[in-house]
Design a protein around this ligand. Structure first.
Ligand SMILES: Nc1ncnc2c1ncn2[C@@H]1O[C@H](COP(=O)(O)O)[C@@H](O)[C@H]1OP(=O)(O)O
Ligand SMILES: [Mg+2]
Ligand SMILES: [Mg+2]
Ligand SMILES: [Mg+2]
Length: 356
């Protein structure tokens, strides 16, 4: 007899715990961010002690909670820069952050050395791929938002045979109340959301301080005139002009809601807006950790995520996502209209760029 299908319940509980602890570490750092905590990577993008600390902590919690299983992690950061001369102080600070967060939780009797932290960070070097299980982690997604004091997310997913089977998004600065509605934004509202999704079991949201989870669903808007859309805060991450041309074609009335990170997938999953548009500049290659958790959070809530040609996102190809032009997300009713608008705006863009 065939084995029953995996339920991934134990893995989801471990992922929630890991992402919640990492969120606690990041919140502490964001409150007291020192200039010396921020470095530039070789690609000139920022990285902070919190990105490294979050990656070490998630890797450690997953390994400890799921100790009997083989462990593969595809994650954004590595220890290369931390092993260079002049990084000792930064490494010491990261190690203290990880140990302080572990002891504040109280369930682990662990104290890590600096070398343990480097090793935990480097356990994220897996290449992923179509076979077996691989955890996929962005320890801070939206580092620029994190530095501004805005939105960011700890994004953790699990691939099994190339498919995302669970995902959690911890969004420490995201209000529990809907965003993008000016009436609710003026109210002092509680922040800190944890989204979690398991294949076939739906998407749930709870507060990061531990309220019971409640099931969420994407917006059921059918008329694009009533829809609002999310896009990157950073114009360098997504072509705002292209989104605006698509929105105009669709008849969307509301201005774009710009927020950082995969928090956009979370807000869409709970129906705050109806559309997410992402069109990186030419030459940018999307990584799996920037979309795996967000993708299952939104699809288990009834949404659809595709590339600009309407193909499902394929997480089985290694560390990068191979895709056509961009990523679009909406509900099943709006997707055909959205795809038409995207394709016609992309054609216009090509025509306006080619010499007559
Ligand atoms: N030039 C770029 N174009 C598109 N995305 C980028 C670029 N540089 C970094 N990113 C990544 O885009 C995501 C943030 O997107 P958003 O614009 O939706 O906030 C992050 O994963 C960020 O990485 P990181 O995880 O290092 O912050
Ligand atoms: Mg980064
Ligand atoms: Mg990212
Ligand atoms: Mg990141």
């Amino acid at each position: 007899m065939a084995a029953p299908p995996a339920s991934y319940e134990k893995e989801l509980a471990a992922a929630r715990k890991a992402a919640s602890l990492a969120a606690r570490l990041c919140q502490g750092v964001q409150k007291s961010l020192l200039q010396s905590d921020v470095q530039s990577k070789a690609d000139r993008s920022p990285v902070t002690v919190a990105d490294y600390g979050s990656q070490a902590l998630v890797s450690l919690v997953l390994k400890t909670e799921l100790s009997s299983e083989s462990f593969s992690l595809v994650a954004e950061e590595d220890s290369g820069d931390l092993r260079k001369d002049g990084s000792q102080e930064t490494l010491r600070r990261i190690t203290n952050l990880v140990n302080d967060t572990l002891s504040s939780d109280g369930t682990y009797n662990l104290s890590l050395s600096e070398e343990d932290v480097l090793v935990a960070i480097d356990s994220g070097k897996s290449e992923g791929g179509p076979h077996g299980r691989h955890w996929v982690l962005d320890p801070i997604d939206g580092t620029k938002g994190f530095l501004r004091g805005d939105q960011y997310a700890i994004a953790l997913g699990l691939l099994d045979e190339g498919k995302v089977v669970l995902g959690v998004l911890a969004c420490p600065n995201l209000p529990l109340a809907p965003v993008g509605h000016s009436e609710t934004e003026s109210l002092a509202t509680k922040v800190g959301c944890l989204f979690s999704a398991r294949i076939g079991a739906g998407t749930y949201m709870q507060s990061l301080d531990g309220s019971p989870p409640s099931k969420v669903h994407v917006s059921n808007i059918e008329n694009p005139a009533d829809a609002s859309f999310f896009e990157s805060f950073e114009a360098a991450h997504s072509l705002h002009d292209l989104s605006s041309s698509i929105a105009t074609k669709l008849g969307v009335q509301a201005p774009p809601v710009r927020i950082d990170s995969q928090a956009k997938y979370g807000t869409l999953a709970r129906g705050d807006g109806a559309i997410y548009l992402r069109f990186p500049h030419k030459g940018y290659r999307e990584k799996i950790w920037d979309h795996a958790a967000g993708c299952i959070v939104v699809t288990e809530a009834g949404g659809i995520a595709t590339d600009a040609a309407g193909n499902a996102l394929d997480f089985s190809k290694g560390r990068y996502l191979d895709l056509d032009t961009g990523i679009i997300v909406t509900n099943a009713k709006l997707m055909p209209l959205l795809l038409n608008a995207v394709q016609s705006s992309l054609e216009e863009k090509v025509q306006s760029a080619s010499p007559l």
